[in-house]
Design a protein. Structure first.
Length: 598
């Protein structure tokens, strides 16, 4: 079984290599052809140069002026063509790899963006692999060309071996001995690849801490607490651990490479001793000596080139593993639902015996959830932090699939619906919103891409969220650039939240509208006014279901039904008055919060 898997991986790796080479052909055919031709030409130049030197020596010894001239011309041509070919190949190959890298990055981002779930973004092992893949895209992009260059170098070595064996068969043994450094390079690369895998999480941790130090949103808390030095120290500690682990791997690799090149040096010395004996015995001439010395010397550089190309190939192989992992993961997570999303909701959304645990854990975040969200209703989810409210929202929007139970939309399981269609009929605004550093009109418009440039739609969404008052204070109105990184305006947290809320209101006639604490940065009065507006809009002809999540109990009392989530279960449900009459958890939480305002 393991052997079969290994064979399958090798076949798939070759497929990726062909794909990368194919990208080169598509993005720049002239450069692709030029590089392959130059590699083929370069494979013969070392041997031709050695032949030219032997020819010069033999012709000079025989006092053949024409022979010396012809040999000199051949040698000069080899040097000139070799130098020009090398620079042309470097330029063309660098340019082509840049183009391929852009294409591969597009593929990776498109593939990652097509994954309908969030597991790969919320688990450290997945993030490690994605991080390693993103950091090794250039290795992946250049891997195919490293194989081509390595093949050219091997052909060049083959020519050298043939010429050496013409002098004496034993001299051909320099070639297999030269494989020792190649084997050592393979092992050394494995050491370093293992170190990179081992330190991937530490490297992400260090990058995240240093990014935090440059984040304007975090700056005020960091400055106030004086924690910048501590954060930097922790980042330095993580960085030191990364360096230490990788240094140990490099030390092992260096020792192995030193031993391998020592073995090659010993073989080279033995070859020179044999050559001296052949000359002394009259079985080799001065031209042969020049040929052997030249080829043996260049063989060392040829082997070094093969080792370097093999190292690049090994790096590309590691990148290919992560590339294949991403493609496999995206394929496994592909949503298979094909049922068209209804134009309107008739009965509504129903959750039946719903249970869910986050990937990699055995703890159930939600357990045995049974809820009905009738068409046209407004349902509020309340509970303490960690109760499972946001997780329930993620399941409703298809960000995760339940472990057990089902979610049905007008009787059709959500898993069977066309997910992209469901997302297009879902609108949402969240507490952890994105601050798009775009023009403010665009930052709102992207909430509904087909109408992202519709000034009327943007103005309506801004008015519904209260962002119109924010836009009115900006010098260039909707055309005002947001974000200090691009010389734009920095909004306050409350203003930015209104812009994000407007973005979530861009879609017309959604079937599901989710408001997961999108007004946490607003004052209670502003939140109450907005929620009342949403409730008034929730009785549209399409049967839209509105789900509100809030910690402010005074706000959610207007919902048709309030669901209290506690420890991943439905603890209570009913309207505000019924729950207050019960005198249970909702009533206690409501009274405790009301007491805080008195």
């Amino acid at each position: 079984m393991a052997e079969q898997t290994l064979k399958e991986n090798k076949v798939r790796t070759r497929g990726v290599t062909r794909h990368i080479m194919g990208l080169g052909w598509r993005v720049d055919r002239k450069s692709t052809v030029a590089i392959l031709v130059l590699i083929a030409v370069g494979a013969s130049l070392n041997s031709l140069g050695a032949i030219a030197q032997r020819w010069i020596v033999d012709a000079a010894g025989a006092q053949l002026v024409a022979g010396v001239v012809m040999a000199a011309l051949l040698g000069g041509a080899v040097v000139g063509i070799g130098g020009a070919a090398d620079w042309i190949q470097r330029y063309r190959q660098g340019h082509l790899i840049d183009l391929i890298e852009v294409s591969v990055n597009d593929e990776i981002l498109a593939t990652a963006g097509s994954i309908p779930t969030l597991a790969h973004l919320e688990r450290s092992d997945f993030l490690d692999k994605v991080s390693l893949l993103r950091s090794s895209v250039r290795d992946l992009s250049s891997g195919g060309w490293a194989m081509a260059a390595g093949a050219g170098a091997l052909v060049s070595v083959g020519f050298s071996v043939v010429l050496l064996m013409q002098v004496h068969p034993l001299l051909g043994l320099l070639a297999p001995v030269s494989l020792v450094p190649l084997w050592a390079a393979n092992r050394a690369t494995a050491y370093e690849a293992g170190a990179r895998r081992e330190t991937a999480e530490l490297e992400r941790h260090e990058a995240a801490l240093h990014k935090l130090l440059l984040d304007p949103a975090a700056a005020k808390e960091i400055q106030l607490s004086g924690s910048a030095g501590e954060l930097d120290a922790q980042a330095r500690q993580a960085s030191d651990q990364v360096i230490a682990v990788r240094a140990r791997a490099r030390t092992r690799a260096m020792g192995l490479n030193l031993l391998s090149w020592s073995a090659f040096a010993a073989a080279y010395i033995a070859a020179l001793v044999l050559l001296a004996q052949l000359v002394a015995g009259g079985r080799a001439g001065v031209g042969d000596v020049m040929l052997v010395i030249t080829l043996a010397s260049t063989l060392r550089f040829q082997v070094r080139q093969i080792v370097e190309e093999y190292t690049r190939i090994a790096d590309a192989r590691l990148a290919t593993e992560h590339y294949l992992w991403l493609m496999d993961y995206a394929d496994r997570q592909r949503h298979t639902g094909t049922v068209p999303v209804p134009e309107t909701l008739g009965s509504g959304i129903k959750l039946t015996d719903l249970s869910f645990s986050y990937p990699g854990t055995d703890v159930e975040v939600l357990s045995g959830i049974n809820l009905d969200f009738p068409a046209g209703s407004t349902v509020a989810l309340v509970g303490i932090n960690g109760a499972g409210k946001t997780t329930l929202v993620k399941l409703l929007t298809g960000m995760y699939t339940p472990d057990r139970g089902s979610i049905t939309v007008d009787g059709t399981e959500l898993a069977g619906l066309h997910l992209e269609g469901w997302r297009q009929r879902t609108a949402g605004a969240f507490q952890d919103f994105v601050n798009f550093q775009l023009k403010v009109g665009t930052a709102i418009g992207v909430g509904d891409l087909p109408r992202s440039a519709d000034a009327g739609a943007i103005a309506a969404a801004a008015q519904a969220s209260g962002a119109d008052a924010v836009i009115g204070t900006l010098a260039n109105g909707p055309a005002t650039q947001l974000g200090l990184h691009y010389g734009g305006v920095q909004l306050s947290a409350g203003q930015a939240q209104k812009v994000a809320l407007a973005r979530g209101l861009m879609r017309q006639a959604p079937l599901l509208r989710v408001l997961d604490e999108p007004t946490a940065a607003m004052d209670p009065q502003s939140e109450d006014e907005l929620y009342r507006r949403f409730v008034d809009q929730a009785t549209g002809a399409n049967g839209m279901v509105t789900v509100l999540v809030s910690h402010r109990f005074s706000t959610v009392r207007m919902a048709d039904e309030i669901v209290v989530i506690s420890k991943g279960r439905v603890a209570e449900r009913g309207n505000h008055q019924a729950l207050m009459d019960n005198g249970a958890e909702y009533a206690r939480l409501y009274q405790a919060q009301a007491g805080g305002y008195s």
